[in-house]
Design a protein around this ligand. Structure first.
Ligand code: AQP
Length: 328
C-alpha cells in the first residue's frame, strides 16, 4: 500500500523551544514510519523578519541538527533546507499570481507579527502564507502536522490549491492540517497568555531545547502562576494550566493521575518536579545533538541528500504546474 505524504516546516528564527518540540517535532518523530515525510528548515520564511547573516547560518544548522537529534531518520524522512530547493521560490511566485490580497489580509499571524515589528514589516512577511502553500503543494502532501498557530495557514493553502485546480485543472492535492489534541499551543512561562515563541524578546518565557539544567530550573522557578493553591488543570488559570500541560506531555500521564500526584503539594513542588522532568526528557536529545554537531561532515551529507531527494520531487511538480499554466 502506498504511504501518504507528510510535509512540515520549521523556521530558523531563533532557538527551538519545548513548544516546537511538543507541538510539532515530537509528533513528526512518532508518526514518521507510517508516512513518506518531508521536513524542511524554512530559511526563506525566516528572512521575512530581518536576521543577522552569521546567526542565521548557524541557526539553520542548529535546527537541522536538532531534528536529527530528536529522532528524525533518513529511512523514513527527507530533511532539507528550503533555499536549497529553488522550486519553492518559483512556485510561490506562480501562486502569488492567483492568490487574492484579501485572503492574506485575514491572516492572524501576519497581524500579530506586523504589530510587533511595525517599523520593519516586509512584503515577504505578508506573503509568507503563499510561500508556505508552495512548500506544501510541491510534494503532493496529504497531511501537515503543525501546532495550532499554523492551522489558518494550512487552510489557506487548501484554498489556494482549490483555486489553482479550478483555473488550470487538477494539479494539487488538498492537504489536511494535523494538530495534536494536547500540546498544539504551549504557552510562555512568564506570559502564559501568549504562546511560547522562538523570537520572543524575553528569553525567560521559553525553555529552549539546548538550555542547560540550571537554566531550566531557573526559568521554571520564575514561571508565572497565580494566587490560588490548588494544582488543577483549569484553562482559566493559564500559568498553572500551562505548567501542568507541559508536565503531562513529557510524562504521558492523564490529567487525573497528575492532579492526584500533586494533591496537597505546593507550586514550588510542581515547578521543581517539572524542571527535573524536562531536564531528563531533553537529556538524550541534547547528548545526541552535541554528538551530531561534533561529527564532521554528517550534517552537510544529510542536508545534501535531503536537497537532492526533495529537489527531484519538487522539480517534477513544478514542470506539471508550468505546463498547466501555459508557460511551457
Ligand atoms: N508555542 C507553541 N506550542 C505548540 N506548537 C508550536 N509551534 C510553534 N510554537 C508553538 C509549532 O512549531 C512548528 C514550527 O514553528 P515555526 O518555526 O513555523 O515557527 P512559528 O509557528 O512562527 O512559532 P515560533 O517557534 O514561536 O517562531 P517565531 O517566534 O519565529 O514565530 C509549527 O508547527 C508550529 O505550529
Amino acid at each position: 500500500m502506498n504511504k501518504k505524504t507528510v510535509f512540515s516546516g520549521i523556521q530558523a528564527s531563533g532557538s527551538l523551544h519545548v513548544g516546537n518540540f511538543l507541538g510539532a517535532i515530537r509528533n513528526w518523530v512518532t508518526m514518521q514510519s507510517k508516512f513518506n515525510n518531508y521536513f524542511c528548515v524554512v530559511d526563506l520564511h525566516t528572512i521575512t523578519i530581518p536576521q543577522d547573516p552569521a546567526t542565521l547560518r548557524a541557526k539553520i544548522r542548529e535546527v537541522a541538527g536538532l531534528l536529527f537529534a530528536a529522532g528524525i531518520v533518513e529511512d523514513n524522512s527527507v530533511v532539507f533546507v528550503q533555499s536549497h530547493v529553488k522550486a519553492h521560490s518559483e512556485l510561490a511566485w506562480l501562486l502569488n499570481c492567483i492568490t487574492p490580497m484579501g485572503w492574506l489580509q485575514r491572516m492572524t499571524q501576519f497581524k500579530e507579527k506586523s504589530g510587533k515589528q511595525r517599523e520593519e514589516v516586509s512584503v515577504g512577511l505578508f506573503d509568507y502564507p503563499v510561500l508556505q502553500a508552495a512548500d506544501i503543494l510541491l510534494y503532493d502532501t496529504d497531511m501537515v502536522p503543525v501546532g495550532e498557530d499554523q492551522k489558518q495557514h494550512v487552510e489557506l493553502c487548501r484554498d489556494i490549491a482549490q483555486r489553482f485546480n479550478y483555473q488550470y485543472g487538477e494539479t494539487f492535492m488538498l492537504p489536511e492540517p494535523h494538530i495534536p489534541p494536547v500540546g498544539g499551543r504551549v504557552m510562555g512561562l512568564s506570559n502564559p497568555e501568549n504562546k511560547m515563541s522562538k523570537s520572543e524578546q524575553k528569553q525567560e518565557d521559553s525553555i529552549f531545547l539546548l538550555d542547560n539544567p540550571d537554566l531550566i530550573r531557573k526559568k521554571l522557578k520564575k514561571a508565572t502562576t497565580d494566587s490560588l493553591r490548588e494544582i488543577r488543570f483549569d484553562e482559566n488559570r493559564p500559568g498553572v494550566n500551562n505548567l501542568l500541560t507541559i508536565y503531562q506531555l513529557f510524562t504521558d500521564q492523564n490529567q487525573e493521575e497528575i492532579e492526584n500526584h500533586f494533591e496537597g503539594k505546593s507550586y514550588k513542588d510542581l515547578k521543581e518536579q517539572l524542571a527535573e522532568t524536562v531536564i531528563e526528557s531533553l537529556r538524550p536529545l541534547q547528548e545526541r545533538y552535541y554528538e551530531i554537531a561534533g561529527e564532521k561532515g554528517y550534517l552537510d551529507d544529510m542536508l545534501n541528500r535531503g536537497a537532492e531527494l526533495a529537489g527531484t520531487k519538487a522539480e517534477s511538480k513544478l514542470r506539471e504546474v508550468w505546463e498547466n499554466i501555459g508557460l511551457r
